[in-house]
Design a protein around this ligand. Structure first.
Ligand SMILES: Cc1cc2nc3c(=O)[nH]c(=O)nc-3n(C[C@H](O)[C@H](O)[C@H](O)COP(=O)(O)O)c2cc1C
Length: 201
């Protein structure tokens, strides 16, 4: 499968990075990272990718399935609906990018690729992160939800008894993969009051 993934400058960069890692196991990933996201990634993970993104991403992900697109490159294939993709995920999604997508303000490649995804009737998943949400943020999310966009905020669950931050992140990434119909074993599934499933269904 062929996915578009954007990492924007909201907190929770590790969620976007883990998602890309998982998708690359089976799929082509066309990745956009915003300028703000490079700063947040460096702050939250220590990964200094902004100086030479192409080389840094190649070294980190070690996958020929990864294709990096500069967020300013509006000539990119991702700008056109004629470039066929299966779905797009914006993880994490800042309130700025949420607003741009909700209002069709396609001034960078993430907003344009999302605009294309919506107009072509393809699946778009956004993982908006802010705390608390204002009415502006909620209205933008509602507008997108009514268009069929999946609004999947990075909210952890506790029924799978996470022990580490990694477990909590993997639960969120797993829920996004479920939306993309990509198989994974990132968390144990609830199987009723008797317990949780150890294996994939
Ligand atoms: C450490 C840090 C954490 C941030 N966390 C958030 C956040 O959780 N949500 C958000 O909407 N913006 C957050 N921001 C602000 C965005 O990075 C900023 O609005 C930026 O312009 C977003 O641009 P982008 O959408 O092009 O990445 C954060 C900024 C910093 C420096």
């Amino acid at each position: 499968m062929k996915f578009v993934t954007a990492i924007t400058g909201a907190s929770g960069a590790i969620i976007g990075i883990r998602l890309v890692e998982e998708l690359l196991k089976t799929s082509e990933v066309n990745l956009i990272i915003s300028k703000a996201a490079f700063s947040v990634i460096a702050h939250e993970t220590g990964l200094a990718w902004s100086i030479n993104p192409v080389e840094s991403l190649r070294d980190y992900f070690k996958s020929s399935r990864l294709c990096y697109h500069d967020e300013g490159d509006l000539q990119s294939t991702l700008s056109s609906g004629s470039f066929r993709t299966d779905a797009m995920a914006v993880v994490p999604c800042s309130m700025k990018t949420l607003s741009a997508i909700a209002n069709g303000y396609a001034s960078n490649l993430t907003a344009r690729a999302a605009d294309v995804t919506i107009k072509e009737g393809r699946k778009l998943i956004i993982c908006p992160r802010e705390m608390p949400f204002s009415a502006i943020h909620l209205e933008n999310m509602l507008k997108l939800a009514r268009l069929g966009v999946v609004v999947a905020p990075p909210v952890p669950a506790f029924y799978h008894t996470p022990e580490t931050l990694r477990d909590a992140v993997d639960f969120i990434v797993g829920k996004i993969l479920d939306q993309l119909s990509v198989e994974h074993d990132l968390f144990r599934r609830w199987s009723g009051p008797g317990g949780i499933k150890e294996e994939l269904p």
